[in-house]
Design a protein around this ligand. Structure first.
Ligand SMILES: [Zn+2]
Length: 321
């Protein structure tokens, strides 16, 4: 009699536990964005990777894209949350840029089980340049060994290579949709080629080949491709915000001597130095898009690599005249 009663109690306890687990599973908050069972998940770090994957997979119902920097945070200051790390681990394709601005990927990737995840490092899809010290910029305190320049997307030719590598990667995880992917890639490639032609038109008809930045200038690949030179307040992606009086004087002098009409600052950057130079010289301060860390506003507005780079056409026309 006693044994039977005890069994009954154990049975009830087990039932209650099962019920609790079941209810918890039903009402579990879904803030750790785990992937839907029936969709393939692609996680992208940078805006350009995200934008290209979005363009290639347009009209696909099979791909779910997560863009990690959707808050508009600067790529150099980004750190993934625990739920974002889980999303990367559960993804079918993880797209990242690599380089100094994404140092965290080098730390996080070796610690994860990515046996079911394909990785595409966009820096690996193009030819790289070493970072460079450009005349007029502040000398760095210590001369450490120069790293590979990571801002590869600023050249439209590189952008096309990146797009094509992503298309192949997407085919690998979702072969059934390869026809859609190829068609979309072709369409987007044409838009980037048009952009490239438009920039060439401006550069070839330009009076000068030098841009002046009152800001950092993460745009090396763009300059190399179009045969342009630049002088700026800070190197590639320096974290400094105050140029020395020597650098400031150099830039002001350069603008005055060569009658340079525009002084540039980058998106999400600081226009303070450009404004000081503008006041001193009469050069117009203008914003140039490097697509480094696009604003939350532009992201929400559905801007793309092409629409943002197109904003630069007018800027370049002014700056190079
Ligand atoms: Zn950078």
């Amino acid at each position: 009699m006693k044994v039977i009663k005890l069994n009954k109690i154990i049975c009830i306890i087990i039932l209650v536990i099962i019920l609790v687990i079941f209810i918890y599973a039903l009402i579990k908050p879904n803030n750790t964005k785990t992937k839907s069972a029936d969709k393939l998940s692609v996680v992208c770090t940078s805006f350009v990777g995200y934008d290209f994957v979005k363009a290639i997979t347009k009209d696909s119902n099979n791909i779910e894209i997560t863009y990690l920097l959707d808050s508009g945070v600067d790529a150099h200051n980004f750190e993934p949350t625990a739920s974002q790390i889980i999303a990367i681990q559960q993804s079918d394709l993880f797209v990242y840029n690599g380089g100094e601005m994404e140092n965290w990927t080098e730390q996080v990737i070796p610690t994860m089980d990515l046996s079911n995840t394909k990785l595409i490092k966009l820096m690996d899809t193009v030819e790289l340049y070493k970072e460079e010290h450009i005349a007029g910029v502040e000398e760095e305190e210590e001369h450490e060994e120069l790293a590979w320049d990571e801002h590869v997307w600023t050249s439209p030719k590189n952008a096309i290579k990146m797009l094509e590598s992503l298309e192949l990667g997407l085919e690998e995880i979702d072969n059934k949709e390869k026809d859609i992917f190829r068609q979309n890639t072709n369409n987007y490639k044409k838009q980037i080629e048009k952009l490239d032609e438009d920039i060439w038109d401006i550069v070839e008809n330009a009076k000068r080949k030098r841009l002046v930045f009152g800001d950092r200038m993460p745009i090396r690949y763009f300059l190399e491709e179009f045969g342009l030179k630049a002088s700026g307040a800070f190197n590639g992606c320096s974290t400094e915000t105050e140029p020395s009086t020597k650098t400031l004087a150099y830039l002001i002098n350069l603008i005055k001597e060569e009658n340079i009409p525009v002084v540039l600052y980058i998106e999400n950057g600081n226009s303070k130095v450009a404004n000081i130079i503008s006041k001193e010289t009469g050069a117009k301060a203008m914003q140039i898009q490097t697509l480094h860390s696009i604003s939350n506003y532009d992201y929400k507005n559905g801007e793309t690599y092409v629409t943002l780079m197109n904003r630069n056409l007018e800027v370049l026309k002014n700056a190079l005249q």
